[in-house]
Design a protein around this ligand. Structure first.
Ligand code: USQ
Length: 406
């Protein structure tokens, strides 16, 4: 009798633990540069992960006639290898977010995820500025995707926490002389001799059509939060650098993508790749732009922290600045040039941005939640450069210059 009671207690206890631990998360855009390592990270942390991805990022490679520097494997193969090395299963569902609304809604209703991580947007500023069709594609894709996800959560009647990948670029890169707060700005207005205080969304100042879509996303979030009581976290992420994480390192078939081309390559990874093939570092203008940065492993950790610290139902949209350090572009170029001996080529800035800016920003919330930032260090810079060197024969040097001008 005692034994039976003991077993029954254990079964209940274990199923309770399971319920708490095995949380289902949908990763929209889980085959991309941030989505793939985040999917593995959350799977490794015990989440049940479902990737929703229509391979649009891979299709853009075909359009631009460029490939990831690292040889990424087809998603099915990636998932098989992950199952072999980790014993964990990640499912994939091919839905075009922003177009296939019914399929998305049915997925939510049948899977009842605890959280959705939304990466399913066109994420390159230069790509969004290439032509009117690229502007239109970026706006149509990004705004429809975000609105469909929000509408589907409402229609499903489920209480799903939405974690969205936004950008530090919504704040703009002008010099403000103050620390950029996390999403909301305290203002005081004088009326009839009385001073009233309020907190408003920090005024957006996007520098490209892409950044503008992320600024618009903020209004969609504010509306759905106010009107429908949705729980939303918007992560204003800086420029991601690095390529591998502790999960993608576990097998060569799990390797993350590495973009170096003039549209999708971001500045620090581009410089590290350029150094690896001794191609003079392409600093735009004077390189006077200061930007916020984060390592790819910290992207994954921050998303886990955001999932695990959801806002309450009655809270406003939670906005976190997902960045860990700030650097000026020409200082990064000098650091890499000093380290590797590669030259620096100051080229005409193809973008409309001020020659110099100053940037200060707060990132207190993720630090308070327990993020221990990986900052720019020699070892990691070496690792990225080694990855770039290893695959340098795959580089098409014609694809390095930034040709999109605005
Ligand atoms: N830059 C160079 N040389 C290059 C490439 C870029 O000097 O070869 C300069 C650019 O002119 C710019 C800065 O480096 O001043 C950053 O450019 P980027 O291409 O690394 O980053 P950006 O276009 O702002 O976009 C990237 C991601 C985007 C993300 C954003 C975060 O593509 O998805 O939202 O970083 S943030 O910049 O904080 O808005």
């Amino acid at each position: 009798m005692l034994l039976r009671e003991f077993i029954r207690f254990n079964v209940i206890f274990l199923s309770l633990i399971n319920e708490v631990r095995v949380r289902k998360v949908l990763i929209l855009g889980g085959d991309g540069f941030c989505g793939w390592p985040t999917s593995l990270h959350l799977s490794d942390a015990g989440y049940e992960v479902i990737i929703v991805d229509d391979f649009s990022r891979r299709k853009t490679d075909v359009e631009l006639e460029v490939e990831s520097l690292t040889p990424i494997r087809p998603l099915g193969e990636r998932l098989r290898v992950w199952r072999d090395v980790s014993g964990r299963n990640i499912r994939h569902v091919a839905i075009t977010i922003g177009k296939e609304y019914r399929e998305l809604l049915e997925l939510l209703v049948s899977e009842k995820p605890y959280a959705i991580v939304h990466f399913a947007e066109q994420r390159s500023a230069p790509y969004s500025m290439k032509s009117s069709s690229h502007r239109r594609l970026t706006v149509n894709n990004n705004l429809s995707a975000t609105n469909d996800v929000l509408a589907a959560i409402v229609e499903s009647k489920l209480d799903i926490h939405l974690v969205h990948l936004g950008t530090m670029g919504v704040y703009g890169y002008g010099t403000t002389g103050m620390k950029i707060p996390e999403g909301y700005l305290k203002v005081q207005v004088e009326e009839d001799g009385e001073i009233r205080g309020r907190e408003i969304l920090y005024p957006s100042n996007p520098g490209s059509i892409y950044h503008m879509t992320k600024a618009q996303d903020q209004l969609l979030f504010a509306f759905y939060n106010k009107n429908d009581g949705l729980r939303i976290t918007d992560l204003h992420q800086g420029i991601v650098w690095g390529t591998q994480t502790s999960q993608t390192r576990r097998d060569k078939y799990l390797i993350n993508r590495f973009d170096y081309d003039g549209d999708y390559g971001t500045v620090l990874n581009r410089f590290l790749m350029q150094a690896a093939i001794n191609y003079p570092l392409t600093v735009h203008g004077t390189g006077g732009q200061k930007r916020a940065f984060i390592h790819i492993q910290d992207t994954c950790r921050s998303i886990q922290l955001a999932i695990e610290h959801p806002p309450e139902k009655t809270d406003r949209v939670k906005i976190l600045n997902q960045m860990t350090e700030i650097h000026r572009v020409r200082d990064l170029a000098k650091l890499i040039s000093d380290k590797t001996g590669v030259g620096i080529a100051y080229v005409d800035n193809p973008r409309k941005e001020s020659a110099e800016n100053d940037l200060l920003a707060v990132n207190d919330q993720l630090l308070e939640m327990g993020l221990r930032p990986i900052t720019l260090n020699e070892e990691l810079l070496n690792e990225v450069e080694q990855v770039a060197k290893k695959y340098s024969s795959r580089c098409d040097q014609n694809k390095i210059p930034c040709l999109s001008r605005w």
